[in-house]
Design a protein around this ligand. Structure first.
Ligand code: IPE
Ligand code: MG
Length: 215
């Protein structure tokens, strides 16, 4: 969900306002995705690399994740099941504070019975860290790594392959996001920063997924 800071700066607002607008747009895009019958929506909320940002900004983003994971009644109304992907909380390098861990765990358990879309939020997530973690797991199980064995060792083993990767705010580079799960997937690039990611963007991304799926 890139471009929150630039969206705010363009309006002469502090970057934190951009993150707030981004969280609100996520709520709108979740609704729009449900309306379109999307089964899985996975969003990059905060990366393993984002901790070096100014403390004030990090604290603001953490608070927004508590808010996001706290939208349980809205998610239940939409029949959305919440998942989280990231460094396990007991990993010595994990940085997620306890109050965010609690919000994550509560959202997961309070929406576990829902059967509609699965919304997975990546928080304290990095794809290379995930792949290295999977490799250590496989080694620990004394197994020989191959694609199937590695896939089962990822943070969420039953996450389906990515149909379409989306990158916002005019960046045309792939980030450290679901590299294993998105190998070969088409990418949808939009100049809109995340707070302005629109239903038209969503439709275009879905169309791209269908185009490559039918091949
Ligand atoms: C995305 O917006 C939010 C996070 C990475 C947490 P940015 O903060 O990356 O916004 P830009 O890239 O500076 O515009
Ligand atoms: Mg950015």
């Amino acid at each position: 969900m890139d471009g929150n800071g630039r969206w705010a700066q363009r309006r002469g607002l502090p970057r934190t306002e951009g993150h707030t607008a981004g969280e609100e747009n996520l709520a709108a895009i979740v609704r729009a995705s449900v309306a379109r019958g999307v089964d899985y929506l996975t969003v990059f909320g905060f990366s393993t690399e984002n901790w070096v940002r100014p403390r004030r900004e990090v604290r603001h983003i953490l608070g927004l994740h508590r808010k996001l994971f706290g939208r349980v009644s809205e998610l239940n109304d939409l029949n959305v099941r919440v998942q989280w992907i990231g460094r396990p909380f007991d990993d010595p390098a994990a940085r997620t504070p306890t109050y965010v861990q609690r919000a994550i765990q509560k959202a997961i358990s309070d929406t576990a019975q829902n059967t509609g879309m699965t919304l997975t939020v990546a928080f304290d997530y990095g794809s290379r860290t995930e792949i290295a973690h999977a490799a250590r797991r496989v080694v620990g199980q004394h197994k020989t790594p191959n694609v199937a064995v590695m896939s089962r060792a990822m943070y969420i083993p039953d996450m389906p392959h990515v149909d379409v990767l989306v990158r916002t705010s005019g960046e045309t580079r792939i980030s450290n996001f679901l590299l294993w799960q998105a190998a070969g997937s088409p990418s949808y690039f939009t100049n809109n920063p995340w707070p302005e990611f629109s239903e038209d963007d969503l439709d275009a991304a879905i169309a791209l997924a269908h185009k490559f799926r039918s091949r």
